[in-house]
Design a protein around this ligand. Structure first.
Ligand code: FAD
Length: 457
């Protein structure tokens, strides 16, 4: 059997795959979408959505604990993990239903099964060959571990940490990137004694150094332990706990060890290499139009080197659909993809770090940091942090970095400023509602435009 009519055959129904499917269908193309598990992929079922539900439950726990600071009598009595999972799973289930409805409405031919890329523009699923005019590879990523560190039992990656039915008393988190920091934040709010181990010199090492300093300070205040610039040597577990040994010789004890050392491309065992798809350290090599080395075969999402984020996958999927529909979309600017770490406090950024900007534009790059101490709404929320702008010499704002509770919601404006190549003088006259945290963005631009309002010294 074959599916010769499909304009696009997609392997993998996660963020990248389904976005391509929906956009292609909107453009009048016929689409076959092959998925071995659940439509929605990692982000919906094991990633973005469930972790953010946990982070919100964590915020509720903090609010209960801290009520007195606001004159409200409340006590934190503990966490009922069954209740947390019910809340979290309810959200995922509702969104999953919605997504299935969208696939139906778009008349996507959904094929349930494990696909193997068969070369050319064909994918095989259980003995059936689906041949399209184009193929899109979107098989996503998996949780990596380190050599000699086997996952299982008390040693787990995010997939199992999400399902944990108890709150650990003590947890060790290996990896101080986004996933590690988010879980550390959740567990600390739930009452766990957490220690993060990061081999690089700072937490959230992909962010501007300013953001690392801010989050480290906030975590110190929250009594979240962290050890940076130190490598893991081994982990042993028994019935009572996990012992982690570090290169420094120090040992750490915990009930669980979360391994959050990054995600590898899920490209092995799907026929890619056999059929001649060019890979680099397991990632699918594409050009800026997301074409692989095989004619009419594209790749999107976490298997393509770059930021492993759901909204990048969405945009890449949309790009490929528009490309094959002949719309000649503009290539995606990777630096313009917003990044948010949803911990308490949040870290949000878009564009270049100060170090990257200096590399690109030289030493005359300007930077300005506006402390949330001057922002009324942040004071009301009792959050601290700052907004940092990075500006090219005689040029636009090329990087925006924010730290503080809820600042992830400000990244939309930050992205417009970056993507529209705004100068501080363009943003300064725009009015930000008072009191909102967005005023901090406005104030930073006012200051860089030479007319600071609520800025000390
Ligand atoms: C804990 C965690 C938290 C995260 N939080 C965020 C966040 O807050 N914001 C954000 O932007 N990103 C977040 N991410 C990242 C985000 O989930 C990924 O970037 C995104 O899911 C990548 O989309 P994708 O389409 O490339 O792959 P996936 O979503 O992984 O989808 C790939 C799909 O392909 C299917 N598949 C694989 N092989 C085959 C095969 N041979 N046949 C058929 N089907 C196959 C899989 O079952 C899967 O459904 C998080 C990730 C994790 C793990």
């Amino acid at each position: 059997m074959s599916d010769a009519e499909a304009d696009l055959v997609i392997l993998g129904g996660g963020s990248g795959g389904y976005a391509a499917a929906f956009r292609a269908a909107e453009l009048g193309l016929s689409v076959t979408l092959i998925e071995k598990d659940k439509l929605g992929g990692t982000c919906l079922h094991r990633g973005c959505i469930p972790t953010k539900a946990l982070l919100h439950a964590a915020e509720v726990a903090d609010t209960a604990r801290d009520g007195e600071q606001f004159g409200v009598k409340s006590t934190f009595e503990g966490v009922d993990m069954a209740g947390v999972h019910k809340y979290k799973d309810g959200i995922v289930t509702r969104l999953y239903k919605g997504l299935q409805g969208l696939a139906k409405a778009h008349q996507v031919n959904f094929v349930e099964g494990t696909g193997t890329y068969a070369g050319g523009t064909s994918v095989d699923v259980d003995g059936t060959r689906y041949t399209g005019k184009n193929v899109l590879l979107a098989t996503g990523s998996y949780s990596k571990t380190l050599p000699g560190l086997e996952l299982g039992g008390r040693i787990m990656a995010s997939e199992d940490a999400l399902k944990l039915d108890y709150v650990p008393k003590k947890a060790i988190v290996l990896g101080g990137g986004v996933i590690g920091v988010e879980f550390a934040s959740v567990w600390a709010s739930f009452g766990t004694d957490v220690t993060i181990v990061e081999a690089l010199p700072r937490l959230v090492p992909n962010e501007d150094e300013f953001a690392s300093k801010q989050i480290e300070r906030a975590f110190r205040r929250r009594k979240i332990g962290y050890k940076t610039g130190v490598k893991f040597t081994e982990a042993k577990q028994d019935d009572s706990g996990v012992t982690v040994t570090l290169e420094s010789g120090e040992t750490l004890e915990g009930d669980v060890l979360l391994v959050a050392v990054g995600r590898g491309p899920n490209t092995a065992g799907h026929g890619y290499e056999d059929a001649g798809i060019q890979l680099d350290r397991g990632f699918v090599v594409t050009d800026e139009r997301l074409r692989t080395n095989q004619p009419n075969v594209y790749a999107v999402g976490d298997i393509v080197p770059g930021l492993q984020l759901a909204h990048r996958g969405f945009q890449q999927g949309i790009f490929v659909a528009e490309e094959i529909a002949g719309q000649n979309p503009s290539p995606i600017d990777e630096a313009g993809i917003p990044r948010v770490t949803y911990s308490h406090p949040e870290v949000a950024s878009v564009g270049l770090t100060e170090a990257e900007a200096k590399e690109k534009y030289g030493a005359d790059v300007q930077a300005f940091t506006y402390d949330l101490g001057g922002n009324g709404k942040s004071q009301i929320l009792k959050t601290s942090g700052a907004v940092k702008l990075v500006k090219a010499p005689d040029g636009p704002v090329v990087g925006l970095h924010l730290v503080g509770d809820r600042v992830g919601e400000l990244i939309g404006e930050a992205q417009l400023i970056y993507s529209w190549e705004a100068f501080p003088e363009d943003v300064a006259p725009l009015i930000h509602a008072h009191p909102t945290q967005s005023e901090a963005l406005g104030e930073a631009h006012l200051a860089l435009a030479g007319k600071p309002l609520h800025v000390h010294g």
